[in-house]
Design a protein around this ligand. Structure first.
Ligand SMILES: NC(=O)c1ccc[n+]([C@@H]2O[C@H](COP(=O)([O-])OP(=O)(O)OC[C@H]3O[C@@H](n4cnc5c(N)ncnc54)[C@H](O)[C@@H]3O)[C@@H](O)[C@H]2O)c1
Ligand SMILES: [Zn+2]
Length: 368
């Protein structure tokens, strides 16, 4: 039986189910939620190869009619152009208002499917079946959807909550180790922002979880989803608390933009490095003990997470990186918002960061 968690959002509340081999029963689990028994599965070529048949079999068992839209794997699928093609495919399938979209895949598939669902026929329902660690602990929960612009990542999007999230941990068995680690970074984020006890648990169990222990994976995914669910329930549209989830992301997004959102630097890797830079900023401002930064770095080392931009490429353009900050969605009245930490488990939002200091931190990090 799957473990169950609820995201409390009034009439938009929904369940997150985490368990082994959930895909086999997905049809039965989602059937009661569908307005009509008609679905369009959106997935990417890689995930389709591994898991599409498991999902279609279970939809057939539950008498749910379906069509499939298969997109190319990878971040370029979040371009306006690729998204336009997806919308045309969805419309070609003659969806009705009661049709439900099912996102089967990682964060890319989840983000485009959620966004498509929010605007297709002015809005249809959708279900998340995340298949990467990153999407299971982060992107599938919370209702942020979107695509990229040449001006930056996720600048076009909407809030649209899914009807249900089904995280089948058996799908992680085919996930490349590098992708797994990138997801682990987002998991670690929950410990770093609000939960030192979870960070300590990950220090003890992170390595075995990464190596494949299913019980530890389930426990950590549930814990992460419950951290995210609690934050989203308290602040769905990111007026306050939810901003903490962007810990490491302001730095991370700038690095990603500079490397072109590609294989060179995965989102989770950028976040891993960004979280260290946020801690370095906090230490430099004298608000975070250096020992907490060192403890975090030691755990990165133990699990093989990247900690410095220098590990990604030798040369970085500091002016270009600074320029990305000013475009960040979190900028308010032109002032930069940063998420810093007073220590492990104690993140907070501030606009009180000197841009000269940020430049120094970037310059140091990019040369260390
Ligand atoms: N909406 C949100 O709240 C939110 C939060 C965090 C990240 N994101 C977005 O999520 C995206 C990153 O997500 P991701 O890391 O899951 O990337 P992804 O969706 O690109 O998946 C990574 C790669 O793994 C492959 N893959 C997926 N599942 C697999 C499996 N089970 N076995 C083997 N291969 C598999 C995919 O085909 C892809 O090549 C970014 O675009 C980011 O902006 C969104
Ligand atoms: Zn992220």
């Amino acid at each position: 039986m799957p473990d169950n968690l609820r995201v409390e959002l009034g009439e938009r509340s929904y369940d997150i189910k985490v368990g082994d081999r959930l895909l086999a029963t997905a049809g039965t689990l989602i059937a009661p939620l569908l307005k009509n028994k008609q679905a369009i599965i959106v997935t990417d070529e890689t995930v389709a190869r591994f898991y599409l048949h498991r999902l279609t079999n279970s939809l057939e068992d539950a008498n749910i009619r379906y069509r499939c839209a298969i997109v190319k794997a990878g971040e370029p699928t979040k371009s306006l152009e690729a998204f336009g093609e997806l919308m045309e495919t969805l419309l070609e399938y003659k969806p009705e208002r009661g049709t439900t979209l099912i996102a089967l895949g990682g964060g890319v598939v989840g983000d485009i499917t959620g966004f498509a669902a929010s605007i297709l026929l002015r809005g249809v329902d959708f279900i998340q079946i995340p298949t990467t660690l990153l999407s299971q602990v982060d992107s599938s929960v919370g209702g942020k959807t979107g695509i990229n612009s040449k001006w930056g990542k996720n600048l076009i999007g909407s809030f649209h909550q899914p009807l249900m999230v089904l995280a089948d941990i058996s799908t992680l068995s085919t996930l490349p180790k590098r992708e797994l680690l990138a997801g682990y970074a987002e998991m670690l984020k929950y410990g770093l922002i609000r939960d030192e006890a979870f960070f300590t648990w990950l220090e003890a169990n992170g390595r075995s979880l990464i190596d494949g222990n299913p019980a530890l994976r389930s426990e950590a995914i549930l814990n992460s989803c419950s951290a995210k669910a609690e934050i989203v329930a308290a602040d769905e549209k990111e007026h306050g608390l939810r901003a903490l989830l962007n810990f490491g992301h302001t730095f991370g997004h700038a690095l990603e933009a500079e490397t072109g959102y590609g294989d060179k630097l995965l989102h989770g890797e950028a976040v891993a490095i960004g979280m260290i830079m946020a801690m370095q900023t906090s230490v430099a401002m004298g608000i975070c003990p250096k020992a907490d930064l060192e403890r975090t770095l030691a755990h990165y080392q133990a699990c093989g997470l990247p900690h410095s931009p220098k590990q990604i490429q030798d040369e970085w353009n500091i002016n270009a990186l600074m320029d990305h900050f000013t475009r960040d969605k979190k900028a308010k009245d032109g002032k930069l918002t940063f998420i810093l930490a007073r220590g492990i488990g104690q993140a907070f939002t501030t606009q009180d960061v000197d841009s000269g200091l940020i430049r120094d931190i970037l310059a140091q990090a990019c040369s260390a």
